[in-house]
Design a protein around this ligand. Sequence first.
Ligand SMILES: C[S@@+](CC[C@H](N)C(=O)[O-])C[C@H]1O[C@@H](n2cnc3c(N)ncnc32)[C@H](O)[C@@H]1O
Length: 279
Amino acid sequence: MARKRKSQIFEREEEQQPPPKKARPTETSLPEGVHHYEALEEVPWDLQKYWQQGYSIFSKYDDGIWMTDDAWYGVTHESVANKIAQHVAETVSNSKSIIIDAFCGVGGNTIAFALSGKWKRVYAIEKDAATLACAKHNAEIYGVSDRITWFHGDCFEILGVVQKEKVTVDALKAIVGQFGVIFASPPWGGPGYRDAEVFNLESMEPYSFSHLYKSFKAVTSDIILYLPRTSDLRQIAKIVEGSKDAGSKTEVVHYCTNGTSRALCVYIGNWSRLTLSDV
Ligand SMILES: C[S@@+](CC[C@H](N)C(=O)[O-])C[C@H]1O[C@@H](n2cnc3c(N)ncnc32)[C@H](O)[C@@H]1O
């Protein structure tokens, strides 16, 4: 099959109301590094604009969602996570029944994949213990924790890209190769990517696009990478299509809120084509 690339714009209106003010939470009972801010005064100044988007990030925020301070910058907003989960479910090949969220963070995408009902199992990997604790707790709030297996550690080691005795989960590697797809929302290297008109994906820290692509391609053919909206599409095409064992096509989909692209997903491998009716 010929390889094709396509950009699509999906828009969705969102309510951006801040969570209502309530009594102060009992922060002392939370694991170290974990917070559930309930009033603006509690929120570090540099996070206040993110906290004010509270319900857009997790509609169940008030049920006691846990966050680390770093997680506010990188969490996938619920409407975007749900739309991605819908697209992945609708376009994945029939032979695939499990999904790996390689950088699960506080669970934005993991929860959406579990809620989609598509997967026999969702596997979620996170290297930061406090962040993983948030993801587990948040999945409980959304009632999906029984569908998720959690791994604490480095996704490259756990998936056996970098072989490390007692860390690589051989059984996981084997089933991912046959039945799995990998979703990856890596760190983008801080807010600097926002300044770039066209973002050089090889400067992405700590993992460049080609590192992510080559690493995950060694595990499975079907990969979705969640990247900055200004990502250099030519660079993606060059790296993916230059690979001998590249899949049949690569699609790029922009995910928008309030008319603005928030990020894009690169669908690499065997995906049936998305159409505008998928919006
Ligand atoms: C952009 S955030 C993911 C956000 C996530 N999609 C969400 O909605 O919460 C990237 C996460 O990857 C984690 N991370 C970074 N390197 C990792 C690695 N090698 N293996 C596993 N997790 C890693 C970071 O601790 C961070 O929580």
